[in-house]
Design a protein around this ligand. Structure first.
Ligand SMILES: C=C(O[C@@H]1C=C(C(=O)O)C=C[C@H]1O)C(=O)O
Length: 176
């Protein structure tokens, strides 16, 4: 008897809510990079550059304001959103390169950036903010790098190479 009370040393501990929030950050970052395809399509064949500094400032200012309303660390939010923006441009540039090299793969319709694409980015931004708040204990703790790495690997499995690179860029400074 007594076997039932025996603890197995290799038993993995269940993921904490904060660990789950780290997975949410990774999947929302991936979702945001999915929208980069529509951003890239909205700019393809126009003179609109991939990089739009005033819009970037607006995204960062907006997120900082919402972070402070929610009581979330503004520094972490700015740092993580800066990465989301850099990752987004990385994917847009990669797609424009692919479309230049193989015009048959280029999109044939142009989504409206201001009316449909940016509002989609803003919605994901709000969810990302909540996930950052919930993940705060992990993001500021000693297990952050390992937790982010696990989440990244899990989410990257369903991505192509370009979006995988984007995801890596998007999570680069998730840990303090
Ligand atoms: C996504 C866009 O492209 C770039 C990336 C941005 C972002 O990730 O939020 C913002 C502005 C641009 O520099 C966009 O123009 O909306």
């Amino acid at each position: 008897g007594g076997g039932a009370e025996q603890k197995k040393a290799a038993e993995p501990t269940a993921p904490s809510p904060a660990d789950k929030a780290v997975v949410s950050i990774a999947s929302l970052a991936s979702e945001r990079l999915g929208i980069a395809d529509r951003v890239a399509a909205s700019k393809w064949g126009t003179d609109k550059p991939i990089e739009d500094p005033p819009r970037e400032k607006q995204v960062l200012d907006d997120m900082a304001k919402r972070a402070s309303d929610m009581g979330v660390d503004g520094e972490a939010v700015q740092r993580i959103f800066r990465d989301q923006i850099e990752a987004n441009k990385l994917v847009q540039r990669g797609l424009h390169q692919q479309w230049t090299a193989a015009p048959a793969t280029a999109p044939t319709t142009r989504p409206d950036l201001a009316k449909e694409v940016r509002p989609a980015l803003d919605r994901i931004g709000g969810d990302l903010l909540t996930a950052i708040r919930d993940a705060q204990p992990v993001l500021t703790g000693p297990q952050c790098a390992a937790s982010v790495e696990r989440a990244r690997t899990q989410v990257a499995a369903s991505l192509d190479e370009l979006h995988r690179q984007g995801l890596e860029r998007a999570l680069l400074h998730a840990c303090r």
